[in-house]
Write a protein that binds this ligand. Structure first.
Ligand SMILES: Nc1c(NC[C@H](O)[C@H](O)[C@H](O)CO)[nH]c(=O)[nH]c1=O
Ligand SMILES: CC(=O)[C@@H](O)COP(=O)(O)O
Length: 151
């Protein structure tokens, strides 16, 4: 039984790039550990699978599954040669926004969409930008806001 006084978070990570996923996850876990939050971690192949995974977790909550106070999405989308970058980037972010608004979710979006690996590495745990940690803190902030607003 999780401690009701501590936020319980679901981290959904896309491991399209394993090494970068590790760095994003390190940042998110460090932020959640610092805040005293508890969390589960699920892994999906790519960023496009993150919104469906969160939707599955929401369905699970209605069927006796684990209840989550908030969600953290982690992924790295790097532009290639084709239009697929735009699809993956735009559709994953749009689906997350649609879910967050329609379900009033406390969600931190840590799906990075970058032009190249240099930009990618400059935004994970091993850098001052630490987008994984930022997404985790965003989720925690929205959990507190939701409680303040009576959600
Ligand atoms: N190119 C990247 C992808 N592409 C894969 C998709 O996200 C998806 O898994 C596939 O289309 C099967 O449904 N995903 C990333 O996370 N990052 C990329 O750079
Ligand atoms: C973001 C992507 O889907 C990308 O990695 C795919 O690369 P490409 O456009 O060269 O097939």
């Amino acid at each position: 039984m999780s401690d009701p006084s501590r936020p319980h978070i679901l981290i959904v990570e896309a491991r399209f790039y394993d090494d970068m996923a590790d760095a994003l996850l390190d940042g998110a876990k460090a932020a959640l550990d610092e805040a005293g939050a508890t969390y589960d971690i699920v892994t999906v192949p790519g960023a496009l699978e993150i919104p469906p995974a969160i939707s599955m977790a929401l369905d699970g909550q209605e069927n006796g599954g684990t209840r989550y106070d908030g969600f953290v999405a982690l992924g790295m989308v790097i532009r290639g040669e084709t239009y697929h970058f735009d699809i993956v980037s735009n559709e994953s972010s749009r689906a997350l926004m649609d879910l967050a608004v329609s379900e009033s979710l406390a969600l931190g979006n840590g799906i990075m969409t970058v032009e190249n690996e240099e930009q990618a590495w400059a935004r994970v745990k091993r850098s001052e930008k630490d987008k994984g940690g930022f997404a985790a803190r965003a989720a925690l902030t929205m959990i507190a806001l939701k409680k303040k607003l009576g959600g």
